[in-house]
Design a protein around this ligand. Structure first.
Ligand code: NAG
Ligand code: NAG
Ligand code: NAG
Length: 331
């Protein structure tokens, strides 16, 4: 009898939760007919996002520094346009780490060309990898300026229009190193963790305006940025990154859009991505009842599984140190 009552209570609670989420869940929006602005859109994940957006019928603005690369990217993106009669790609060359006024001007220009921005993707960013003592304070500053403050300034420029429009999506492209600190990423991880705090606070502020924030945590993705970063990576960082493997920019782009359109706060690709998002869901906004229940019931086991990853990482780092020590002795 007692058990029977407990079951009924649990059932009623779940039904209530389901109803509440039915009301509060963000409504899915369409890419068709939207204006997507992407920073750092001339290569890598940014370019893949732009291609995916035009394939699905959106107008796209890309902002990047290098004019030649922008022009090449524009041609490539335009070749994927679904309907040439109504879709356009607009590019503007701006360094988002410069003055906020310059950024504002670029955003205004894009809105004049292609209408109000409905989806903003803060993708511009770079990574440096190196041991803490070998990472200069300029590199720390650069990471915070580009990966964090750059996104803050662009978001500030776009948010007024979104509020007036009563709706929109803001995406931050973070990294799995924005969920877990990894050897060699003292500067990079710090800048990506900063974004997380910013995004959670911002989401709480803009929800009444029907604006939804998505944090995407892609794993290592096969991009020119990664190739550049590869050059300076410590051996430990390479071995640890190898645990997760490499994903293609177009797979990452597809999942980012699916999640952003549905207004999901956390976006990932792959099994490890799922594990890390479940584990680090914390007090982030729950955007679907299925995700919430899944997090409630699997967080503990995820913590257990991840402990084995940590053992593995520590072993790699210990081994590298021993190798280095013995090399020093023999030389
Ligand atoms: C793209 O922008 C142009 C304005 O330049 C507008 O006429 C057109 O309808 C937009 N297309 C889409 C798909 O929103
Ligand atoms: C952001 O905008 C402020 C105000 O103009 C400016 O001082 C700062 O340099 C900008 N920072 C970045 C990283 O864009
Ligand atoms: C970077 O290095 C990893 C090895 O850790 C390798 O698998 C990957 O192909 C390299 N990526 C690029 C783009 O050079």
């Amino acid at each position: 009898m007692f058990l029977y009552v407990i079951f009924i209570v649990i059932f009623i609670l779940l039904a209530l939760l389901y109803l509440v989420f039915k009301i509060i869940s963000p409504k899915c929006v369409e890419l068709q007919g939207s204006h997507v602005l992407i920073t750092g859109g001339s290569s890598g994940i940014g370019k893949a996002l732009a291609i995916e957006a035009v394939k699905q019928g959106a107008n796209v603005t890309i902002i990047a520094r290098n004019e030649k690369k922008l022009e090449d990217a524009k041609k490539e993106i335009e070749s994927h346009i679904k309907d040439r009669a109504i879709q356009r790609v607009f590019t503007t060359s701006v360094d988002i780490t410069k003055d906020a006024d310059i950024v504002k001007e670029a955003v205004n220009k894009a809105e004049k060309e292609l209408g109000p921005i409905t989806i903003l993707i803060n993708n511009a960013g770079s990574a440096v990898a190196g041991r803490f003592e070998e990472t200069s304070s300029q590199q720390f500053q650069r990471m915070i300026e580009l990966n964090f403050l750059g996104s803050v300034n662009v978001t500030k420029a776009a948010i007024k229009g979104m509020k007036e429009n009563n709706g929109g999506r803001i995406v931050f492209i973070s990294s799995q190193a924005g969920q877990v600190g990894v050897f060699g990423y003292t500067a990079y991880s710090a800048s990506k963790f900063a974004l997380r705090g910013f995004a959670e606070s911002l989401q709480m502020e803009v929800k009444p305006y029907n604006i939804y924030v998505t944090m995407a945590f892609p794993p290592d993705t096969d991009t020119p940025g990664l190739a550049e970063e590869n050059k300076s990576k410590p051996r430990e960082t390479i071995l640890i990154s190898d645990t997760v493997g490499l994903f293609s920019p177009s797979d990452v782009a597809k999942s980012v859009f699916t999640d952003a359109m549905n207004g999901k706060f956390l976006s990932y690709v792959g099994m490890d991505g799922w594990l890390l998002c479940t584990l680090s869901s914390g007090m982030s906004p729950a955007t679907s009842v299925v995700d919430l229940l899944q997090q409630i019931f699997t967080m503990g086991i995820c913590r257990f599984v991840c402990q084995f990853y940590l053992f593995h990482f520590d072993r790699i780092i210990g081994k590298c140190k021993r190798e280095k020590d013995s090399k020093m002795k023999s030389s």
